[in-house]
Design a protein. Structure first.
Length: 428
């Protein structure tokens, strides 16, 4: 349970807020590269950290991220003409380049030289891993890009989706590192009831998650602080002499990785505050060794797992609050715990049902919330440290993000760090 003051500190990320200043120390995903695909293509609206911006790719292919509103009369530059290395406001013709400088002011006499004195807010961008990243922090303290594995594999080895969620970023992250909810929210009725015939069917399954989540619904958590954030180890009973371990990363400021099995694709998320009551959910699936499989593409197309279809303009999921996420009560009664199709929509339904910002003073947490408690504490420590002028270590050390999640079965007398180290060393 957090105090009201702590909850406010963590969830407010607009300009001038403590958490906002912290997020602005990192490169953050802003757009899919495909949203501004070619020189002089139409500009795109971007809202992040409470700021309204527009992005455009200029004639030379450089990507700009600038204040949405023209400083003349505050008309939106979303309606602007992207031409000849600048974005021109269609109201009075003022034109701005990628640095935010006004390079043309045709409605003013040239002898006044107003165009040399007018600038608009502009932020650095980098194209990396199929995403346009933005840095909204102090220009003298530009950090390193995080060396996340998915950003460094060939484009054929990954798939990236983006959606808008109607909640604060924090409760979305909390859902991402909550390893105990999958036994319930994402389960079939058959799995939840764990009937003997169903247990017999899955006990020899090669899918470790399907097998061992059924056997132990109350996992034990161990959390360790690292240079990049947290590694979260979740232990379930497996056979008489073994444990099933799942290792999840929380990477500052808001990345997570989902544990995977060798030979299968890896999945992860990044949650970026749009404003205090909405966030962007970035979801990535990747295979470090081969192009995505037909099985991966089937799950993506059919929206059965972590990706979901969205409106291409608003990026709002097709299944949303307005249509009750397409819930099918007959399906819920007979086969699915929720009656909602796909893990992504199931997660979003639960997180949005809490309201835009959870009142964490009213929570009653248990041992299954160990990772969530640790993540909140870490973010509070990081934000308060920045308030005392201690810069976040991870932001300036991109190599610390070169890690991978894991799931494995270990003998009960084998130390986790030993077994996990051997597995990760062999695979990364």
């Amino acid at each position: 349970m957090l105090s009201r003051e702590e909850n406010e500190l963590l969830t407010r990320t607009g300009p001038g807020t403590a958490a906002g200043d912290y997020f602005r120390r990192f490169w953050l995903p802003a757009l899919l590269a495909s949203e501004v695909p070619a020189p002089d293509c139409p500009p795109v609206r971007v809202r992040m950290l409470g700021e309204d911006l527009v992005a455009f790719r200029d004639t030379e292919g450089r990507v700009a991220l600038i204040d949405e509103f023209c400083p003349h009369r505050r008309a939106s530059l979303f309606w602007g003409r992207n031409e000849e290395c600048g974005l021109r406001c269609v109201y009075h013709g003022w034109k701005f380049d990628v640095s935010g400088a006004c390079v043309d002011m045709p409605n003013e006499p040239p002898e006044y030289g107003f165009d040399n004195r007018v600038r608009i807010a502009a932020y650095p961008t980098r194209e990396y891993g199929g995403i346009l990243w933005a840095y909204l922090g102090p220009p003298e303290q530009v950090p390193e890009l995080p060396k996340l594995e998915w950003a460094r594999v060939p484009a054929s080895h990954r798939y990236i989706s983006k959606r808008r969620q109607e909640t604060n970023f924090l409760q979305a992250i909390e859902g991402g590192i909550d390893s105990s909810h999958s036994n319930f929210l994402h389960a079939s009725v058959e799995a939840f009831r764990a009937a003997p015939d169903y247990l017999e069917k899955v006990k020899n399954s090669s899918n470790l998650r399907a097998r061992y989540h059924l056997l132990d619904r109350a996992p034990r958590f161990t959390v360790k602080k690292t240079d990049y954030g947290l590694v979260i180890a979740v232990r379930r009973n497996a056979e008489e002499d073994t444990y099933y371990w799942r290792l999840t990363q929380f990477l500052l400021p808001s990345h997570t990785m989902i544990p995977y099995q060798k030979g299968l694709s890896i999945h992860g998320h990044c949650w970026v505050p749009r404003d205090d009551e909405t966030c962007w959910v970035w979801t990535i699936s990747w295979n470090p060794e081969a192009p995505l499989s037909q099985e991966d593409w089937k799950a993506i197309r059919e929206e059965t797992f972590v990706h979901t279809g969205v409106n291409p303009v608003t990026m709002r999921p097709h299944r949303n609050q307005d249509n009750d996420y397409g819930i099918d009560r007959r399906e819920q009664r007979n086969s699915s715990m929720t009656g909602i199709h796909g893990f992504a929509a199931q997660d979003q339904a639960m997180q949005e049902s809490m309201g835009p910002i959870v009142d964490r003073t009213r929570e009653r947490l248990g041992t299954s919330d160990t990772a969530i408690i640790a993540m909140r504490r870490l973010l509070l420590q990081e934000i308060r440290a920045l308030q005392e002028n201690h810069e976040p270590f991870a932001a300036y050390h991109g190599d610390v993000y070169w890690v991978r999640s894991a799931s494995l079965v270990l003998k009960r007398d084998v130390a986790l760090d030993e077994g996990a180290r051997d597995m990760v060393t062999a695979e990364v």
